[in-house]
Design a protein around this ligand. Structure first.
Ligand SMILES: *Cc1c(COP(=O)(O)O)cnc(C)c1O
Length: 418
């Protein structure tokens, strides 16, 4: 790729970070399935350990296949550096832990991926870290929850299954006012739909397991740093050695050096390779995902058995305008929730589906369905389920890229049988 030319997203997603000249002409990056790398001189290995070269040492630390994916995702989000990890949760936990010390606090939207919520609410609390949860879209509540111990604000671009969309510009203004970074989990939107750095986010996290790979074949995660945040001595005194070492990439260095390599959250290179194969088609998949989803949402909204439909693409959705602002005219994502009469109807509906896969995942080419209340959230107490908008009558749908008429026909026959 001509590295000087600023290609458009659909081109970049395929051509960025490609260097066939380094891969014996191969058009796909090799899978470097090797634990260690040989160093020709004693000086080279000691320089590499000292961080003076970008050479590779050992797979837990870095891997050439993983690095191609890191460069590709950095380019797609418009950031400065990235680390790919074994899962989205690895990226979330390592990033947060690099930012937090015992006694610290952070402010988080409450509309979170389930494991993220559990990590913040139940695991971090064991180490004296407090997550102050607020409504993800309530900017006044976010500002009110900030105090001297707050180290960052954490939001998801599109909450799931609540389908709420925080105003990132407002969140950025608050983060700037208090000199703290804004972290955004952009998994549900994908960089096709939204690039949070353009709205002032400082750190972007993805589960690459979902839309970025798109096939349901791998798990993976990534943290990408904009390199723009200024770590103040006052609030972030522990960043000093990392700033001295890596300048604008201090956070990436801290995540990598303190957490990623010591907790061993390495991405297997074949997972990076499979993710890259999927990534090539991200733009066309997202286009088709979203054309299908708006059609499915309109279809469901017209069925008497369906009590409500929650999809930001519908004009009367409370976050339709925020979505339009942040996503432009590209669409509204491919996740939606809808309500049937009660929990029993939901289960009967799911049992009658033929084409649509009943499983716990999202962002796959295939259309996926789940009843969150009785599955992912089954062990949650009722007040927490309520605060997360997990109701017994709710079905969550991750709309795939099949022929939309077949998706609607499957929904239709299951609704008739429900
Ligand atoms: C799936 C998901 C995660 C966790 O990713 P894993 O790859 O399953 O660890 C985090 N955030 C969001 C929004 C997700 O959908």
């Amino acid at each position: 790729m001509n590295s000087k030319k600023d290609y458009r997203f659909g081109t970049k997603v395929i051509h960025s970070a490609q260097s066939p000249e380094d891969w014996q002409g191969a058009t796909l990056p090799p899978i470097y399935q090797t634990t260690s790398h040989v160093h020709s001189t004693a000086e080279n290995l000691s320089d590499t350990f000292a961080g003076k070269t970008d050479d590779h040492i050992y797979m837990r630390l870095t891997n050439p296949t993983n690095r191609v994916l890191e460069e590709k995702l950095t380019s797609l989000e418009g950031g400065m550096g990235a680390i790919v990890m074994s899962s989205g949760m690895a990226a979330i936990s390592n990033t947060c832990m690099a930012l937090l010390r015992a006694g610290d606090e952070f402010v988080s939207g409450n509309s979170l991926f389930m494991s993220t919520y559990l990590l913040f609410a139940k695991v971090f609390s064991k180490y004296g870290i407090t997550a102050n949860f607020v409504e993800s879209t309530d900017m006044e509540a976010i500002e009110k929850a900030i105090n001297k111990k707050t180290r960052f604000i954490y939001l998801e671009t599109i909450g799931n299954p609540k389908m709420d969309i925080p105003d990132l510009t407002r969140a950025k203004e608050i983060a700037r006012k208090y000199d703290i970074p804004l972290l955004v989990d952009n998994t549900i939107a994908s960089p096709y739909l939204c690039r949070p750095f353009e709205w002032g986010a400082d750190v972007v996290i993805h589960s690459t397991t979902k839309y970025l790979s798109g096939h349901g074949a791998t798990t993976g995660g990534v943290v990408i740093d904009s390199g723009q945040f200024k770590w103040s001595e006052k609030r972030f005194p522990d960043f000093k050695p990392f700033i001295e070492r890596k300048g604008p990439l201090a956070l990436i260095d801290k995540i990598w050096r303190e957490h990623h390599i010591n907790f061993g959250t390495t991405q297997a290179p074949i997972h990076s390779y499979l993710t890259m194969i999927g990534l090539d088609t991200l733009a066309v998949r997202m286009e088709r995902h979203m054309l299908n989803t708006i059609a499915v949402a309109r279809y469901l909204a017209n069925q008497p058995e369906v009590k409500w439909v929650n999809y930001p693409g519908l004009e009367d959705h409370p976050y339709h305008n925020t979505a339009r602002k942040q996503f432009g005219d590209k669409g509204f994502g491919a996740m939606m929730a809808f309500g049937l009469a009660d929990q029993k109807s939901c289960k009967q509906f799911i049992n009658h589906l033929h084409l649509i896969s009943h499983l716990a995942n999202l962002g796959d080419c295939k259309t996926l369905v789940i009843h969150p209340y009785s599955t992912q959230y089954v062990a949650f107490d009722e007040p927490t389920r309520k605060s997360l908008s997990i109701t017994p009558d709710m079905i969550r749908l991750s709309v795939g890229i099949e022929d939309v008429a077949d998706i609607c026909e499957d929904l239709d026959q299951a609704l008739q049988n429900e």
